[in-house]
Design a protein around this ligand. Structure first.
Ligand SMILES: *Cc1c(COP(=O)(O)O)cnc(C)c1O
Length: 816
């Protein structure tokens, strides 16, 4: 903890100190403010200027700010520390903090495996060290300072990962991490585009170790960099070369574990690793090498490696029993990831009641009193309504929790016994536990049984896609996200709540009921309704939904309604038909429209818009230009008649990048959010697929050549083989057109064709050449290419594939 005066000195800021304050929390996101009395807000400029969020932070109680310019408004009683560069100030403060402690630090960089290795070393070393580490993969220019800031005097080991994407980024991270022990994980292609060459990338990453005493790395990968590795000591490992510190010469599988043997200091040593994939083996060898380099006894290392467990950074959002929503984060628990999970809980507004099921937290580096005081503050800050504490530690400190509904249990079993009596209903429940508490049992008991076909939605990838498009917008252009049709099949309030948190400007739905459902789930963003039905205008207005008006009939009806209901200045959106010929006022109608609008006071034109018929197709570019010209003519006429400005918009996804001049004041993002945009050339394509549709095998059968398979006896194998019956059919949205070899599914890394007709609830695939058994997963699609390929196979477009997935297919959302 520092006084605000000390901080000012450390970061070399000017500006008067108006109030004395202690600084214990660094805030870089105004949506995530905890302990405001001791918080220091850094107005970082990213996609949005952090200075814009000063009012929000101030309203949340923050009174100390680091800024590049003093705000024009007055914020009474606040300290504004003015610096040249806010990010540099944050990093300077973190580097200073790091310098105050002489703990041992492991620094990790490389293209892959950083987070897994960090988490595994934590699992391996937690028995005898008090460890501080990055939460999740907070390894960026902002993530590292926030991670390092957690160091306190109880810690004797830090494990920090550093991630960079271009040149001249590592020096700042090195100053904050200052590792004595370095680990270079693996060089791969990630972020190659940020560097002139692979060599440039490696040299930049090596800067993390410029003051380290020892570097641990895979000898094979660094043969060309011998002269560039300057640490006094090196610890090398290899599966090919003998002349290394740890030569792993044999790997065999014993009882579903990898059994590795190696030469180390002239002796043969061994270990068992409870994983079977190559990436895990490599990561485990790195951990093995690191522990040996740290002086651990090989037998002890073997004992610990055998107990490694999978690292899950995932937090899953799923449907629970009794109309509850479950957020499942049952695999690890520490203060930082608790804060992240609570924050995610607060993004989801569909239920009034927010419940937290929390186990003891281990390895916090804090005294129990201090630990649970902080946990209690987090719980209070995040306005949790109901707390269920499990474990002796948390139970012993229950008086700290200032909350009406609280229950404590000594262990998971006791909670499970009482689960029914807790009567969960209509609430959002966050399940957060240390691994040993096996909270997955609670999660299972509270979740709805999933039909084994499910669609997983990656929320991080969705936000990355949103930000990809934001990065392509001209300054000031707003974003409306189209969440019609169950957000293109991917979900309603789950998606909308995340978008609201990500601060999009507008949402649009097709029908009034869709909008009402969003309002009922806590969505406060403005919502446009594309096709509002007159019979539900009252519902629309009661829920603050804004109609699209596209014809005189409909305009008349709404105005009549507005008059009868005493509305004034009700926001509406005028749709102009510029060539799509679907909905909208046509060019010749605009004059009459203007005459009409000039007379009316009940409505206010919030926006004027049109829709492009073929914005992604070069062969129609001339037509797209014509549409824009017609649009411009129309909105200018309307603007003149009304005498005020409104938002103008015409771009759908495929226009955003191809037609920057068509962005006007706002774009309407649709399918791009879900990772699909045929108009983006592959080399510019920063989009990620967000959906995986998975099913599973109910039965496997041997089928002799010539036997027929399925309805109408259309399926046949050419030679003796095997089929698997999987749990998806046309009622799930896997259309009948995919039958008889047209559709393919991914089974253990191989695409295999369907055999015979698709049935209502299931279908058959040819698995003659794959090793598969009942219960195994089968992937129907998992990325953009797969969705696009599927669409092609049956002569349709990705939109139809996505929106066809039926509601009975469970959606599970995850966030890492
Ligand atoms: C659906 C829709 C969009 C979004 O289209 P995408 O091609 O998915 O980006 C935009 N505007 C209107 C009026 C729409 O109906």
């Amino acid at each position: 903890m520092y006084s605000i005066k000390e901080v000012k000195q450390i970061i070399n800021a000017h500006g008067p100190i108006i109030r004395e304050a202690t600084v214990s929390v660094l805030i870089t996101d105004s949506r995530r403010i905890i302990n405001p009395a001791e918080a220091l807000f850094f107005a970082l400029s990213g996609r949005r200027d952090g200075h814009d969020f000063i009012p929000e932070a101030y309203n949340a109680g923050v009174r100390s700010f680091v800024v590049e310019r003093e705000p024009a408004e007055r914020y009474s009683g606040s300290n504004f520390l003015v610096v040249e560069n806010v990010l540099a100030a944050l990093q300077t403060l973190a580097a200073y903090h790091r310098g105050e402690f002489d703990l041992q630090v492991i620094g990790i960089t490389g293209s892959n495996g950083k987070t897994i290795i960090k988490e595994w070393l934590y699992q391996l070393l937690a028995a005898d060290k008090n460890i501080v580490r990055n939460p999740k993969s907070y390894n960026s220019q902002v993530g590292v300072p926030l991670s390092v800031w957690q160091i306190n005097k109880e810690h004797d080991l830090g494990i920090f990962e550093a991630g960079i994407s271009t040149v001249n980024e590592m020096d700042a991270l090195e100053k904050m991490i200052e590792p004595q022990i370095g680990i270079f994980t693996h060089i791969g292609s990630a972020h190659d585009e940020g560097f002139a060459s692979r060599r440039e990338k490696v040299l930049e990453k090596l800067k993390l170790f410029k003051h380290s005493e020892i570097l641990i790395y895979n000898y094979d990968q660094f043969i060309d960099y011998k002269k560039d590795i300057l640490t006094p000591k090196k610890f090398t490992w290899s599966q090919k070369f003998k002349e290394v510190d740890l030569y792993v010469f044999s790997e065999t599988i014993i009882a579903k574990k990898f059994y590795l043997r190696a030469k180390y200091k002239g002796q043969e040593i061994e270990c068992l690793i409870p994983f079977l994939d190559q990436a895990s083996i490599e990561n485990a060898i790195v951990c093995w090498a690191t522990m040996l380099a740290m002086g651990y006894d090989p037998v002890e290392v073997d004992n610990r490696l055998e107990h490694l467990t999978a690292v899950s950074m995932r937090l899953e959002l799923k449907t629970g029993i009794n109309d509850c929503t479950i957020i499942d984060d049952s695999y690890n628990s520490d203060i930082q990831s608790l804060e992240i999970a609570l924050n995610f809980l607060n993004q989801q507004n569909q239920h009034q009641t927010k419940t937290l099921i929390l186990s003891d937290i281990f390895q916090s580096g804090l005294q129990q009193n201090e630990l649970y005081k902080r946990v209690a503050a987090l719980v209070k800050n995040h306005k949790i309504d109901k707390l269920i504490g499990v474990g002796e530690g948390i139970s012993a400190h229950q008086e700290y929790f200032d909350i009406l509904k609280k229950h404590f249990y000594p262990d998971t079993q006791s909670l499970l016994k009482q689960l029914d009596s807790l009567e969960f209903s209509g609430e959002t429940i966050l399940i957060k536990g240390s691994r040993t508490f096996e909270f997955e049992r609670i999660s299972k008991a509270l979740s709805q049984k999933a039909h084994e076909t499910l669609m997983e939605i990656n929320l991080n990838a969705m936000i990355d896609n949103l930000n990809f498009y934001r990065s392509k917008l001209l300054p000031g252009v707003k974003v409306m996200v189209m969440v019609k049709a169950f957000s293109y099949g991917s979900g309603t309030f789950e998606i909308a709540n995340v978008l609201q948190y990500a601060r999009v400007d507008y949402l649009a739905v097709a029908y009034i009921d869709e909008g009402v459902a969003l309002r009922d789930s806590g969505i406060t963003l403005p919502i446009m309704v594309l096709n509002p039905e007159a019979s539900a205008f009252d519902k629309m207005v009661a829920h603050d939904l804004e109609p699209e008006l596209f014809s005189f009939n409909q305009l008349d009806e709404f105005v009549k309604f507005a008059y009868q209901n005493n509305l004034s200045d009700y926001p509406v959106h005028l749709k102009i038909d510029t060539g799509m010929h679907r909905l909208g006022f046509e060019g010749f109608e605009i004059e009459t429209l203007c005459d009409f609008l000039e007379e009316i006071k009940y409505i206010k034109v919030k926006s004027v818009f049109s829709h492009l018929a073929a914005s992604g197709s070069p062969e129609h570019d001339a037509f797209t230009l014509t549409q824009m010209k017609r649009f411009e003519k129309a909105y200018l006429q309307i603007e003149e008649a009304l005498g005020y400005k409104f938002i103008r918009h015409i771009s759908n996804t495929s226009a955003i990048i191809r037609w920057p001049m068509a962005q006007y004041d706002m774009v309407r993002l649709g399918i791009g959010l879900y990772g699909i945009d045929a108009a983006v050339p592959d080399h510019l394509n920063g989009l990620q697929s967000i959906a995986t549709l998975k099913t599973s095998v109910s039965q496997v059968k041997k089928i002799p050549a010539g036997e027929t398979i399925g309805y109408e006896r259309l399926g046949k194998l050419n030679k003796d083989g095997k089929i698997a019956t999987v749990r998806i059919g046309y009622a799930d949205g896997y259309l009948r057109a995919f039958g008889n070899g047209v559709g393919k599914m991914l089974v253990k890394g191989t695409w295999v064709p369907t055999v015979g007709n698709i049935a209502m609830d299931m279908c058959m695939i040819d698995v003659s050449d794959v090793d598969i058994k009942e219960g195994d997963d089968v992937i129907v699609f998992n990325d953009r290419q797969a969705i696009e390929a599927m669409a092609k196979q049956i002569g349709t477009i990705p939109y139809e594939i996505l929106t066809n997935i039926s509601q009975r297919v469970k959606r599970v959302y995850f966030y890492e």
